[in-house]
Design a protein around this ligand. Structure first.
Ligand code: BTN
Length: 248
């Protein structure tokens, strides 16, 4: 991952840039890093605030050799890989808010947006884009009043900010380890995800098409879905695409 590395000062979204470059035979591991995103995208149609020089905005194109059903696990693995990189570089291990927000001091340090591109005719996987945004030196003002209460940068948490290139290097190293073991090392990564996941054992409020419900997170299943015990009775297994979990 990252042996073919494109560094841009500014781009709309590094995920979009990967897709624009993925024509014809796409290079496995192609990585795009940008200093600024003018249209950074988050999950569930949200935007991802990406001010110039303050964060690491990185996307990697991967072509895993596995059944399509295993591909979504890459997002959860990536959250563990981000935790590895931050721990290696900064000496603190963040946690994971299910499904894939990386959390320090109860606030979001990093978000991950994975997008699958399928062959039009066969619906086979063409490639996956794993887009990772790490907050490095943002201040409260950089985040803005809406995001600041729920976001944190490495500078805010540690009182010092590593250089963007150092964070990129550490992250590419841990993405490399992830990719080398994908999907064969699934048991090990699942165990590490479970150990990092902060959501388990906590009360959660779950938003879905059916409205909002309260419960307690019981655990993470083999496929990284979340088992919840509802306050008003019964259990359900939630998959990340369908719901939004509040609380922590
Ligand atoms: C989320 O928290 O909802 C996901 C945020 C993902 C942000 C990263 S930054 C690099 C890549 N490019 C994007 O437009 N989004 C991802």
């Amino acid at each position: 991952v990252g042996r073919e590395l494109v560094c841009l000062d500014q781009v709309d979204s590094t995920n979009n840039e990967i897709k624009r470059r993925a024509v014809g035979e796409v290079p496995d591991g192609l990585t795009v890093v940008a200093g600024e995103q003018t249209g950074g995208r988050g999950r569930r149609g949200r935007s991802f605030v990406s001010p110039p020089g303050k964060g690491l905005y990185l996307s990697a194109l991967l072509k895993p050799d596995c059944p399509l059903g295993e591909v979504p696990a890459l997002t959860a693995w990536s959250a563990v890989a981000v935790c590895d990189a931050i721990e290696a570089l900064c000496g603190v291990r963040p946690g994971i808010k299910w499904p894939n927000d990386v959390i320090l001091e109860g606030r979001k340090l990093c978000g991950i947006l994975t997008e699958l591109e399928l062959e039009a005719e066969t619906a086979a996987l063409r490639y996956v884009v794993v887009g990772i945004g790490v907050n490095i030196s943002q201040t409260e003002a950089d985040f803005g009043p809406e995001v600041a209460p729920v976001a944190i940068s490495l500078a805010q948490a540690l009182g010092r900010a590593p250089r963007r290139a150092e964070v990129a290097r550490a992250l590419l190293d841990s993405l490399d380890r992830l990719y080398a073991g994908f999907p064969q090392q699934r048991e090990g990564w699942l165990a590490r995800y479970r150990a990092d996941c902060l959501t388990v054992g906590k009360p959660v409020r779950v938003l879905s098409g059916a409205g909002e419900r309260e419960g307690t997170a019981l655990g993470v299943e083999e496929d990284f879905s979340l088992r919840v015990a509802w306050k008003d009775g019964g259990e359900e297994v939630l998959s990340s695409g369908e719901v939004s979990v509040r609380g922590l």
